[in-house]
Design a protein around this ligand. Structure first.
Ligand SMILES: Nc1ncnc2c1ncn2[C@@H]1O[C@H](COP(=O)(O)OP(=O)(O)OP(=O)(O)O)[C@@H](O)[C@H]1O
Length: 273
């Protein structure tokens, strides 16, 4: 089993993300279906919240909704005190999608220079751009690979370049969609250590998804999802204690069984469409 993460800083009162009665539908016409079903959750500031659940349960949809790129959302969703998608949030929220968004035919530094130019355009911002690129490269520990073509990097290094791009704007909230997928255990551990360093050093809030349950132990807080619903919001320790389980995975399976039993005895619940 992985080492438990450090206790983590205390959670201040106002959460980074506040969702109530959030429903999202995807598809069109006859394929339109409810993907998030009246979910309610909070993401505390300055901590790492893991969004965990099986493939297809709605993790990416929830993250897209938080960063404001998902249509057909109803209910309440506040991000850093603004409604999700508010223009002011563009520079305050960093988003790393599942596919690393880097150009293979550019070097690490050229990739960052390009995205910095998009984020901080104009001659007057040249010094700020240079400083932001240097800081982001150092943050993800790629100083020795700045001249390497992104296409020649390992999977873990490519993930780091994507993360560096997201860090360029010094975001207050980082949304990371399955950043460790396909990485070997050593690279996964290194990346999780990096998330903790970023949160500890900068107070950045991280919302990170995974379908690998053992990664739950690395988070300060958990959102456990299944079939478009939030099954539980808790710390890993509280979840294990509450479900009388040795691991979060075991606790998750107990909660799934409870939810299934509840659904069987509550036939009035509207089925997902
Ligand atoms: N464009 C779309 N139109 C209709 N349904 C969609 C669309 N995109 C995703 N879905 C459905 O929404 C559900 C949730 O998908 P989502 O990608 O959010 O899940 P996920 O938990 O992130 O999965 P994974 O871990 O495999 O990435 C799935 O059942 C998926 O089939």
């Amino acid at each position: 089993m992985m080492n438990n993460p450090p206790e983590g800083p205390p959670a201040p009162a106002a959460p980074a993300v506040h969702a109530r009665d959030l429903t999202v539908r995807r598809g069109t016409g006859r394929t339109l279906r409810t993907v998030l079903d009246r979910v309610a959750f909070d993401v505390p500031r300055g901590r790492i919240t893991g969004l965990l659940g099986p493939s297809g349960c709605g993790k990416s949809t929830l993250m897209r909704t938080v960063v404001g790129t998902q249509a057909h959302a109803t209910g309440t969703l506040d991000v850093l005190g603004r409604p999700a998608g508010h223009p002011e949030l563009r520079a305050r929220v960093g988003y790393v999608t599942q596919a690393p968004s880097v150009y293979d035919d550019l070097t690490v530094r050229q990739n960052l220079d390009y995205f910095a130019a998009v984020l901080l355009p104009g001659r007057a911002a040249a010094d700020r751009r240079r400083a932001a690129v240097e800081r982001a490269i150092a943050d993800v520990d790629l100083t020795s690979r700045t001249t390497a073509l992104a296409g020649n990097l390992s999977g873990g290094q490519r993930s780091r370049v994507s993360l560096a791009v997201a860090l360029l704007g010094t975001p207050e909230l980082l949304v990371l969609d399955e950043p460790t997928v396909g990485l070997d255990p050593v690279l996964r551990r290194d990346l999780w250590n990096l998330f903790h360093e970023i949160t500890a050093a900068r107070g950045v809030t991280i919302l990170v998804s995974s379908h690998v349950m053992d990664e739950a132990e690395r988070c300060h807080d958990l959102l456990l999802m299944r079939e478009g619903r939030i099954l539980a919001q808790d710390t890993p320790e509280a979840l294990r204690t509450r479900t009388l389980s040795d691991t979060v995975e075991e606790g998750f399976l107990r909660l799934v069984d409870e939810a299934n039993a509840h659904d069987r005895t509550a036939p009035t619940r509207e089925p997902r469409r």
